[in-house]
Ligand binder design. Sequence first.
Ligand code: 1CP
Length: 345
Amino acid sequence: MQNEKPLIAVLRGEARDIPPIWLMRQAGRYLPEYRELRGKIGSFLEFCYTPAVAAEVTLQPVRRFDFDAAILFSDILVIPHALGQEVSFESGAGPRLEAISEPAHLSRLREHFDVERLAPTFETIERVKGELPNSKALIGFCGAPWTVASYMVAGRGTSDQAPARLFAYRFPAAFAELIARLVEASVSYLLRQIEAGADVIQIFDTWAGVLAPTEFEKWVCAPVKKIVESVRAKKPDVPVITFVRGAGGRAPALARLLGADALSLDTSIDPAWAAANCSNKVALQGNLDPLALVAGGEALDRQIDSIVLALRGHPHIFNLGHGILPETPIGHVTRLVERVRAGRG
Ligand code: 1CP
């Protein structure tokens, strides 16, 4: 029987002529209806933890563009927050955390991760589920341990994640402990999202690409694999997508190793090469350059067509190679969806 949700059908290995489409970071600042609601609530975390509002902004892009999936509106840094770290978001400056700059600072974190601290998020999922049409999938998510740890250690976003890389070299045992705690917290967080109604899970390892090979193995591959296996052991029917940004030539090996249902390709990866080198059992997601979507016009059309063509015959979910940029014109998103659905590639 055909799955009524195109996204899930593809994650089960079906190649479709018209790929399902959603966009990473599709809810947010490029939408006027988002900015209007955002202006009414002072802090970003309060915004995330108010279920009626978080549910509304989760649904906004699906209503406007008819995407095949909604992604839960929250942030990857709610896990450090629930672990007891101070987290805030300053407008225009990004996240600010109380940095873990030496091993002793790990004792500031709560001994026990209580997933129910994130109860508003589960209520958001329940609300979205109540309103989302049957043909649309609801994606839950978490940050991968390495990416989340990079913010916990630096106390902010950095261009090269140097503070966390240095911490991991200097204090490998303490860093391993931090990663282990994030694995455990992420697994219970994802399982609870699934219980609340998430149909699919995506794990974001945005900063994987900066690591040396031995470090990549320890802090990206092993923890993400453990999360995928632990979620799968309890919820075998829920597909998992992994976004390991900067995986480069390691992508086909990751497709085998991580055991995920899909690999989200960043912009730098040639989709035809990925399709030729990854098993048909692993769906590929991606990988339009977010700047092509800002530019629009011919450049956008050409890139859309070449991605659709390169991944035809392979289970494919159309997406960006990274999150949508706040300056993206809304008309370009409409044009993208129309063109993908016209099946021209
Ligand atoms: O569609 C959606 O927007 C869903 C909600 C969502 C998701 C999936 C948000 C809302 N954040 C995320 C994931 C996230 N957050 C990632 C992984 C994906 C990616 O790389 O894009 C990362 C690295 C973060 C950390 C983060 N949170 C940043 C980046 C900081 C840096 O290092 O450059 C920022 C700016 C935030 C705040 C944030 N999270 C989400 C939004 C809409 C915002 C902007 C806050 C605002 O309204 O001002």
